[in-house]
Design a protein around this ligand. Structure first.
Ligand code: SF4
Ligand code: SF4
Length: 304
């Protein structure tokens, strides 16, 4: 049988030009009201959100992080079976952004990082022999976007300033480093427990729930932070978010930066072991084939 030729397949063209550019690279681009393609980019969205995007948008919309996540986002896998990302949820039954209005973006001052960067894509990279990540950029050229034909040139760095990206990049860096670290570590750190993955999601995206967790007595029982440190962490959402990144590093990658009350931890582990022993007694009476464990490291899912 004759094999089909690879050239017969109608591959969709990747909109990302596979060419990295530096910050001082001049690009030809301008987007403005009145351009023929106005809103074309917001009519068919695939916008990943950073934790700082969520912080800005939930406050813009005057709602809690939980409500924002339900109404405006959908989760996706940043890596198979591993840490999660979130994307903007389009309008019901369509592909347009819920924030798109005929006059433009209804949350413009608080629009997400990806919308600000467009048509540039930010890539966080780390070379094998480098210890720190560095930013690189790639150009995105999509047919519908006519901004590339406007007679304006600007460097990528100046474009970032124009789009108010400096604060977004600064406050998004901790999260990008977490993802890079998790992906580049691969299986060497093992599969994170369900609890670690839940912590990642809560600390990164559900900031109000993370605040409740940090304020809870059980958190203070384990982590050895004085009142001044707690006041600083809880004093601003940006601080709280950065603290969340540190906590994730400590829990997922064993990079300790938050002091732990070891005696309290011992007590909690003892309590957990006690409850597990009780469960073992119960489970011993159930036929083995009737039991399905989720996380083998925490087979009963016992909460601390
Ligand atoms: S948030 Fe604003 S800029 Fe971004 S896709 Fe939606 S409408 Fe467009
Ligand atoms: S120029 Fe590009 S970014 Fe601006 S509205 Fe048109 S498609 Fe969107």
């Amino acid at each position: 049988m004759q094999q089909p030729d690879i050239n017969d397949f109608p591959f969709p063209q990747s909109p990302v030009v596979p060419q990295l550019v530096e910050g001082d690279k001049l690009i030809q681009f301008q987007c403005h009201k009145g351009i023929k393609c106005w809103n074309a980019c917001c009519s068919n969205i695939d916008i990943s959100l950073t934790p700082y995007d969520v912080l800005r948008l939930k406050n813009r919309l005057n709602m809690g992080s939980g409500e924002f996540l339900v109404k405006y986002t959908i989760p996706y896998e940043l890596e198979p079976g591993g840490i999660a990302g979130i994307k903007l949820k389009p309008v019901e039954g369509g592909s347009a952004c819920q924030f798109m209005k005929p006059e433009g973006c209804s949350v413009y001052e608080d629009r997400p990082t990806a919308c600000r960067y467009y048509p540039v894509a930010l890539l966080s990279m780390r070379k094998q022999n480098e210890f720190t990540d560095r930013d690189a950029y790639a150009m995105v050229k999509e047919e519908h976007c006519l901004g590339h034909f406007e007679p304006r040139t600007i460097s990528v760095n100046d474009y970032r300033k124009e789009q108010g990206l400096e604060i977004y990049d600064e406050l998004g860096r901790g999260w990008r480093q977490l993802i890079l670290k998790k992906k580049s570590a691969g299986p060497t750190i093992g599969k994170p427990s369900d609890r670690s993955l839940q912590l990642f999601f809560m600390a990164c995206y559900d900031l109000d729930r993370f605040r409740q967790f940090v304020e809870s007595p059980s958190f203070r029982e384990v982590y050895d932070l004085d009142d001044a440190a707690m006041a600083k962490i809880l004093g601003s959402e940006a601080e709280l978010m950065q603290f969340g990144f540190r906590l994730i590093r400590q829990v997922m990658f064993s990079e300790p930066s938050i002091p732990v009350k070891t005696d309290a931890l011992d007590r909690r582990l003892a309590r957990k072991a006690e409850r597990a022993a009780v469960m073992d007694g119960i489970v011993a009476k159930v036929p083995p084939e009737a039991i399905k464990y989720g996380d083998p490291n925490d087979k009963y899912g016992i909460q601390d």
